[in-house]
Write a protein that binds this ligand. Structure first.
Ligand code: CAA
Length: 381
């Protein structure tokens, strides 16, 4: 077993770390405050190859692999979780279109996602009445000659407004068993009947967009179908496995930033005549936080490695997402505690980290959904 990163993976991690220091950290607090979507930075990140990290060069991607992708998302999230979630979902959308799209559709959309011509991509499965129970969606797609007509609505869709392209799910066969009659479609921004709805006012990830989407007699050519009719649910599940590596990686970045900030603080701040860092209570918080985050990173990188080497990784991705997001949340709460009352004010970034980390235990399957996936996989074995 070799835990060493390749020189290329180290180079990508360092390059993204440098980019984050110079371009993301300086604007993160302001963008959070003003709910500003980071169009300019996302374009620069696309130019660095960060939007199609598992896409072949022929389609505009950088094809550097899933481990490098995980490291990159963690580095981006050290600066801003909103930049990271937008990047993670855009990569996922590029991958699902590349893997399941028809040739013409792949050639049309994947390069634009990778090169930043599209600011982002979105993954629209959740509906107002069903989030975790994704097999229970109600949006329909009726085949009419060489087209499908979609009706229904989606909610909580990341980058719903900025996306050049959206992948969505709809029922094509009402009579099929649950999960079997769902199909996946590619919808281009501006398609008549595709309406961008309300923008959500969120606790965290405020520089990312979260929208309702409405399909009102939205008609798309038949070649926008991903995979075959009825395969949509499986496609969603497969892509979410990969997406969960992205969200786990993101959570690590937030957790590391929170504890690193708190460590600098306790070295400076004095109480009872000595720096806080000289108290054992604080030292143990530091030791526990780093131990737990590094353990979480091993799980995340294992899942990334399995995906990269084309081995099964469903259970491992869910374990990684569950453990990394909950660990990073606990570490971030500890970081607030280390700052005392100041940690609760907006003058220090740990307050933003805490608002941001909460989202990671919800996105791409709540912690409870990850436990369902993990236990089913174990019982199956
Ligand atoms: N890979 C391949 N196939 C899979 C699979 C996987 N990981 N998981 C399930 N399937 C297949 C099953 O084998 C089964 O097929 P067969 O009937 O042929 O055997 C079929 O899919 C149905 O599977 P289940 O019976 O397990 O389905 P279920 O209805 O019990 O649901 C669930 C399982 C895990 C709870 C699923 O609904 C789920 O993951 N829900 C959470 C949805 C989610 O993550 N939403 C996030 C939205 S996207 C987002 O947040 C992005 C963003 O913007 C940040």
């Amino acid at each position: 077993m070799d835990f060493k990163l390749t020189p290329e993976q180290e180079m990508i991690r360092d390059m993204v770390r440098d980019f984050t220091e110079k371009n993301i950290k300086p604007v993160a607090a302001l963008y959070d405050e003003e709910k500003q979507f980071p169009y300019e930075n996302l374009k620069k990140m696309a130019n660095l190859g960060l939007m199609g990290m598992n896409i072949p060069v022929e389609f505009g991607g950088s094809e550097v692999g899933v481990v490098a992708y995980s490291l990159a998302i963690t580095e981006i999230a050290k600066g801003c979780a909103s930049h990271a979630v937008t990047t993670s979902v855009t990569n996922m959308v590029a991958e699902v279109i590349y893997e399941f799209g028809q040739e013409e559709i792949k050639r049309k959309h994947v390069p634009k996602l990778c090169n930043g011509q599209y600011p982002a991509g979105s993954f629209a499965i959740t509906e107002p009445h069903t989030g975790s129970d994704a097999g229970n969606i109600r949006t329909t797609a009726i085949r009419q000659k060489e087209a499908y007509v979609l009706n229904g609505s989606k909610t909580l869709i990341t980058s719903g407004e900025a996306s050049g392209v959206t992948v969505t799910w709809a029922i094509t066969d009402r009579n099929a068993k649950k999960g079997k009659g769902i199909s996946a479609f590619v919808i281009e921004k501006g398609t008549p009947g595709f309406i961008i709805g309300k923008a959500e006012e969120k606790m965290g990830h405020r520089a990312s967009q979260t929208n309702e989407l409405v399909f009102d007699q939205c008609t798309v050519p038949a070649n926008c179908l991903l995979g075959k009719e009825g395969e949509g649910f499986k496609i969603a599940m497969m892509e979410l496995d990969g997406g969960r590596i992205g969200i786990g990686s993101l959570a690590l970045g937030v957790g590391f930033s929170a504890i690193d900030f708190a460590i600098e603080y306790v070295k400076e701040r004095e109480a009872f005549g000595k720096p806080l860092s000289s108290f054992e209570a604080i030292q143990w918080m530091i030791a526990d936080s780093y131990t737990e985050l590094e353990a979480a990173q091993l799980l995340v990188l294992r899942a990334a490695y399995l995906k990269e080497t084309h081995q099964p990784f469903t259970k491992e991705a869910s374990m990684a997402k569950l453990f990394a997001t909950e660990t990073a949340r606990d570490v971030t709460i500890r970081a607030v505690q280390m700052l005392g009352g100041y940690g609760y004010t907006r003058d220090y970034p740990v307050e933003r980290y805490l608002r941001d980390i909460i989202g990671t235990t919800l996105y791409e399957g709540t912690s409870e959904v990850q436990r369902i996936v993990i236990s089913r996989e174990i019982l199956k074995d």
